[in-house]
Design a protein around this ligand. Structure first.
Ligand SMILES: C[S@@+](CC[C@H](N)C(=O)[O-])C[C@H]1O[C@@H](n2cnc3c(N)ncnc32)[C@H](O)[C@@H]1O
Length: 306
């Protein structure tokens, strides 16, 4: 299903959104509550890792050979990338693409609130089905989205078509959700977060098989020339940015929900003590360390004669 809007008309006007079984929820049929949680997680991540995103958009600007006037934000979510790129490229308009109509509606509302509605269009589609009739994109930005598509090769073929010759695709991914807990976060359960992450990894291998894919190889196979590949391991320690406790609470809560019946019940009970508002709750602790590994690939569509 493909629906496009111009100048930030609300995609909600077009009826029910297409939702994929794991659309952003990693591993279970998702509910409106999951959507709310995803929105909060994306917003907190964007705020906490804002300096990283600023650095990435600067790197892309350095690689862009010509003026960037049309950006496609593939799997735009709440618009972290859309708004960062509008700021980075003041001459650009953004087409925000997402399979979730509710995400696009939220993004459109935010564009209006910022007075940026004239620079934002939306396209509601499954990225695996191509990017509509776009063929003039100077930049396609795909952050934490490509691993969701069923057929990355089909999605990348669509991206190649959407890019003008010489245009750039930037793929930003992370190695899973950030980690937060010290080894001894719960007395008597050392290594709790490591075991939960391992169990989550097994679940993702079944349900989100392209998470952790070798995007460099996939981009090359799609006929794009990889110009930059970077891995950054980040660690945030006290004094932590605002929102880290809430972020940890949301992320660990999602992990606990996903692992119900799939991890040691004693570990799940221990995890619950970090979420229940009691003295060990992650929202009250001063010993959290946020660790996150982020990867970036930037590839160019070669000139047609190349
Ligand atoms: C984890 S969020 C990332 C959002 C945003 N790019 C960011 O980095 O904050 C993934 C987004 O991709 C969207 N998505 C998932 N599968 C998709 C697909 N097949 N086609 C288009 N969008 C998809 C989801 O609806 C969600 O908004």
């Amino acid at each position: 299903m493909t629906r496009s809007t111009s100048h930030a008309q609300g995609p909600e006007q077009h009826g029910a959104a297409h939702h994929r079984a794991h659309g952003g929820g990693h591993g279970h049929a998702h509910t409106p509550q999951d959507d709310d949680t995803l929105v909060a997680v994306l917003d907190l991540d964007a705020a906490i890792f804002a300096p990283y995103l600023t650095g990435v958009t600067a790197r892309i600007e350095e690689l862009a050979e010509d003026a960037v006037t049309h950006v496609v934000d593939l799997g735009a979510g709440t618009g972290a990338g859309t708004f960062a790129l509008l700021e980075r490229f003041p001459q650009a308009r953004v087409t925000a693409v997402d399979s979730s109509g509710s995400m696009l509606a939220l993004l459109v509302g935010r564009a209006r609130a910022k007075g940026l509605q004239d620079r934002v269009r939306t396209l509601e589609t499954d990225a695996g089905a191509g990017l509509g009739d776009i063929e003039d994109a100077d930049l396609v930005w795909a952050s934490a989205s490509l691993h969701h598509v069923d057929d990355p090769a089909a999605a990348l073929a669509g991206v190649r078509t959407a890019l003008r010759p010489g245009g750039l695709l930037a793929v930003a991914e992370m190695d899973g959700m950030p980690r937060f807990l010290p080894e001894d976060a719960v007395a008597g359960r050392p290594g709790l977060e490591t075991r939960c992450r391992e169990a989550l990894g097994a679940l993702h291998a079944e349900q989100v098989p392209h998470l952790g894919a070798d995007w460099g190889t996939l981009l090359t196979e799609a006929g794009l020339a990889v110009e930059q590949e970077r891995t950054e391991a980040m660690e945030l320690r006290a004094p932590l940015p605002d929102g880290v406790g809430d972020y940890a609470h949301l992320v660990l809560g999602r992990i606990r929900g996903a692992l119900d019946g799939r991890a040691d019940p004693v570990d799940l009970d221990a995890l619950a003590t970090l979420l229940d508002g009691g003295p060990a709750d992650v929202r009250h602790r001063d010993d959290l360390v946020v660790s996150s590994t982020r990867q970036l690939w930037v590839a160019r569509r070669p000139a047609d004669h190349a």
